[in-house]
Design a protein around this ligand. Structure first.
Ligand code: ADP
Ligand code: MG
Length: 720
């Protein structure tokens, strides 16, 4: 019993709770103390300098050198006061993670601590090994990072982290953040223009994001005994536990105390960092949980999600725990998603997706609602592409997850309103008529939460005062789907504004012009609306009839990034050009190939070196037993049956693993990255993964529990 599984299980039994003590019982006493954002700048900069910075942030303009020097000095003093010695430009390369390179404040030549404005504003990291999809050939492998003052600077460990974008010297974006900022600008511009049709006072529209992060927690020793979790974040084998999530008793159940302490711990760190975490609860699957903050500006909220995804695993280490963000760590159980709650809010404080008691204001609400629906209809494929990853492929369409088909849920009230608007034809307005009553839009209730929140199966749902994009994967960098969503809505609003302006230029009544365009949008985007059960087979068939696409695998879903339609869209709003899109496409394909390749290798390795030897050893025991029985003249036919079943599975695994290796060799020779990725999906993963797993999971049920080499699901999942 020396093997690693038993050792790991013993470790778990000796775990002690790690006590956690918050710095104060009031979160407000320490919230944000490690961030240097607008408030800290206001407090530490002179009023003139502060005004300049504030203006530059609001207008997304460059900060001049003198101002940058002043901010740099202030932030260095603030940070050194807290024991910080180094600083780094913190950026989000296309790997989907975050990156940093630390420099000391200490200047050995002058012999003093220093941070120049120019160092705050721009850096040249030696980052040539980050994927760029061929944008940077090796001889000009230089990119630079540039400060994004709209996201607060923060202290992480003993390092001052400066949020930045990462671009090449020729101006191409090399990260996920630069395009996001541009898309946010685009939606601001377009939405502000549309707002002005209704309200002249609006001068800016900010997109808001509130994500809900799902994750699993497992014991560190158990995790370390599963090479598949270590290398790919997902269990490639494992039979369902006798008690899975059938009982649903985990959902909102009490949180096991070891995990509760871990949560308290990372929440304290998150609050220090100004991440406004608010909710924590159990999820549907055993050992699964969710954490969500108060929503904020998309850009800030995105950075906070990235930071939290870095923070949680670090804190988990102190509790001998591991966090899994993978979209499908366990077959047959709920996966990890990350709902993206999204809305648009004006600088006058109006949430444009919040219906009001006033019918007049509701016309503005309807405009934004319908434009979003139309945008999602027009660019459903691109939205699908924005959430495509090898991990999410296991989740979309699987148990408890929205399908790969994009559709929108509105709830019966709003559906009724849109239907009425659509069917009301060309209304004749007489003097003294109540237009809103005639259109039926005087009846939108202010609060629709109950009626809109029912459908949990929709990938894109209206939830009363915001949209919730639910198909985003748990491990995703949300800046990618947020770039696409804000961009497509910007495009639709732009189109809307153009059409309305044309009609009003022709002397049409403004309100009627708005309604005419909306009616046209409602009609033409109807197919994307679906109120029923998205997890059902009927929906798959129905969606096909409607002509909605259902692309299950990442390599083909990614095609939409480089479609002509997408290229035009990205170029029109100057978010990404053709070269940048193609580079990204290439990086995402390569990433997909790498992930599937790793999983395939792990599967082969575990099968050949762990599973088969164990099965054969067990089989030998049975053979001895059968012989013994025979010697005694006792019928051994049942045991012989088991022996031959084991043989069958073993030889299947051997053959399939061997063939899978051969297939990989063949596929690896394919030059074209897209073709290669498709072959990895179809010929490696598609042809072998399920069959090998089936045989291994069967063996798990047959072989003596004592001897089984891999930590079992029930052990991983029922941690107390
Ligand atoms: P759920 O039932 O899905 O858990 P909640 O009401 O708890 O819904 O909200 C979930 C998330 O939605 C939270 O992270 C919250 O901050 C976010 N949220 C609420 N209002 C908005 C909004 N106007 N814009 C963006 N996100 C929002
Ligand atoms: Mg939600």
């Amino acid at each position: 019993m020396a093997h690693i599984r038993h050792q790991a299980l013993k470790h778990v039994q000796t775990r002690e709770k790690v006590q956690v003590k918050p710095p104060s019982n009031k979160i407000s006493d320490y919230f944000g103390r490690l961030t240097f954002g607008i408030e800290q700048m206001r407090a530490s900069l002179s009023p003139e300098i502060f005004k300049k910075v504030d203006r530059a942030i609001k207008d997304r303009k460059k900060i001049d050198n003198g101002t940058a020097d002043a901010v740099a000095a202030a932030v260095r003093v603030w940070a050194m006061d807290k024991g910080v010695t180094h600083y780094t430009h913190w950026f989000q390369p296309l790997t989907g993670a975050t990156a940093e390179k630390h420099d000391a404040f200490y200047d050995p030549i002058k012999g003093i601590e220093n941070l120049k404005g120019s160092e705050l504003v721009q850096q040249e990291p030696d980052a040539s090994s980050f994927p760029s999809g061929g944008i940077r050939t090796t001889f000009e492998a230089r990119g630079y990072t540039a400060w994004d003052p709209s996201s607060p600077i923060f202290i992480y460990g003993s390092t001052l982290c400066i949020p930045t974008i990462f671009v090449s010297y020729t101006g191409e974006a090399l990260d996920n953040k630069a395009p996001l900022l541009k898309a946010l600008d685009a939606v601001d511009k377009a939405a502000t223009k549309v707002c002005k049709i209704f309200d002249r006072n609006v001068t800016k529209v900010n997109a808001s994001l509130g994500w809900e992060q799902e994750y699993f927690v497992v014991d560190e020793a158990l995790f370390n005994a599963r090479p598949d979790l270590i290398l790919g974040g997902r269990t490639v084998y494992g039979h369902n536990p006798a008690r899975g999530q059938q009982l649903d008793d985990h959902y909102f159940g009490s949180i096991p105390s070891r995990i509760y302490n871990f949560m308290k711990d990372f929440e304290i760190h998150a609050h220090d960092l100004g991440i406004p975490l608010r909710t924590r609860h159990n999820e549907v699957a055993p050992s699964q949980f969710e954490v969500a903050p108060m929503f904020g500006p998309v850009n800030v909220s995105t950075d906070q999600n990235q930071l939290l995804k870095d923070l949680m695993p670090r804190v988990a280490g102190n509790h001998n725990l591991k966090v899994l963000f993978h979209e499908k760590p366990f077959a047959g159980l709920n996966g990890n998603g990350k709902h993206n709650n999204w809305s648009l809010i004006t600088d006058t404080g109006v949430n444009l997706f919040q219906p009001t008691g006033s019918a007049r204001e509701n016309l503005m609400f309807l405009t934004f609602l319908v434009c979003t629906i139309k945008a999602v209809y027009e660019y459903a494929d691109l939205l699908r592409a924005s959430i495509a990853s090898s991990g999410n492929d296991h989740r979309l369409g699987a148990n408890e997850a929205p399908p790969a088909i994009i559709s929108i849920f509105l709830g019966s009230t709003l559906n009724g309103v849109l239907d009425e608007l659509e069917n009301n034809g060309n209304i004749k307005i007489e003097k003294g008529d109540n237009l809103y009553m005639k259109l039926g839009i005087d009846q939108i209730p202010e609060i629709m939460l109950d009626n809109t929140d029912r459908n949990r199966t929709s990938p894109f749902a209206f939830t009363g005062n915001k949209f919730e994009f639910r198909a985003v994967g748990g491990d995703a960098n949300v800046s990618v789907p947020m770039t696409v969503l804000n961009l497509i809505v910007a495009e639709q609003l732009r189109d809307f504004h153009k059409k309305v302006t044309k009609l009003t230029d022709d002397d049409q009544d403004k309100r009627l012009a708005v309604i005419e365009v909306l009616r046209d949008y409602i009609k033409s985007s109807k197919k994307i609306r679906f109120e029923g059960d998205n997890y059902s087979e009927e929906w798959v068939r129905e969606a096909e009839k409607r002509g909605l696409s259902n692309v299950k695998d990442t390599p083909k879903a990614l095609d939409f990034w480089i479609s002509e339609k997408a290229q035009k869209l990205f170029e029109r709003h100057k978010v990404l050009n053709e070269v940048e899109l193609e580079a990204r496409h290439e990086v995402m394909l390569e990433n997909y190939i790498m992930k599937v390749q790793i999983e395939s290798r792990v599967m082969g390795d575990l099968a050949m070196n762990h599973i088969i030897p164990t099965a054969i050893a067990y089989q030998n025991k049975l053979v001895q037993n059968a012989n013994g029985l025979k010697d005694l003249g006792i019928d051994a036919s049942e045991i012989i049956k088991t022996i031959s079943e084991i043989s069958k599975h073993v030889s299947n695994i051997r053959k399939l693993s061997h063939d899978m290796v051969e297939e990989r060799k063949r596929v690896n020779l394919i030059e074209n990255t897209r073709d290669k990725a498709i072959e990895y999906a179809d010929s490696v993963k598609g042809k072998y993964f399920d069959d090998i797993r089936y045989a291994v999971d069967k063996l798990e049920q047959m072989v003596d529990d004592e001897d089984w080499p891999l930590i079992k699901y029930r052990e991983l999942l029922f941690l107390r």
